[in-house]
Design a protein around this ligand. Structure first.
Ligand SMILES: [Zn+2]
Ligand SMILES: [Zn+2]
Length: 160
């Protein structure tokens, strides 16, 4: 029983830790020395052709540590690493569903999703995309959203 809880917590910490890793990579690597891979993600849609962006290469990059965790976790006594690998995969899936599908609508799924939190995510990432340049960006994270992107509504109305 305790081991299940332990592996569950390892998985959860990996998912949470990945939000920080993604923020760090986005701010210091993608807007740093690998800007040439990330640049096309900051171009408006009408200037792009095709489904894929160079930016998608980062999915492959993040798959490497995840794959290593699966391999090492299953082939050594460090079995817990398997759950780090699973956590990284879960975060990758969340990132894809929120960032690529919900925000950028690469697939037309769950567009009707609407809540204070989902709007805050949209605003925060919209603020990130307001800049097309490598420097002076803001809001590099995805799920952890600054308080300023949450707008209080004074009156709840059914039409809003
Ligand atoms: Zn960016
Ligand atoms: Zn984006």
């Amino acid at each position: 029983m305790m081991t299940y809880i332990f592996y569950g917590l390892v998985t959860l910490s990996a998912v949470v830790g990945m939000e920080f890793m993604a923020w760090f990579a986005h701010k210091y690597i993608m807007h740093g020395f690998l800007w040439s891979w990330h640049e096309d993600h900051h171009q408006p849609h009408h200037e792009k052709d095709g489904f894929f962006e160079k930016n998608d290469l980062f999915f492959l990059v993040f798959a490497i540590p995840s794959a290593l965790c699966y391999i090492i976790g299953l082939s050594t006594t460090h079995f817990w690493l398997l759950f780090i690998g699973i956590g990284i995969s879960i975060y990758g899936l969340i990132y894809f569903l929120i960032h690529d599908v919900y925000i950028h609508q690469r697939f037309k799924w769950f567009r009707q999703l609407d809540s204070r939190y989902s709007r805050a995510i949209l605003r925060a990432h919209g603020a990130h995309h307001a800049k097309r340049t490598k420097e002076d960006g803001e809001s590099f994270g995805l799920l952890v959203v600054s308080k300023k992107y949450f707008k209080k509504r004074k009156h709840w109305s059914k039409t809003a």
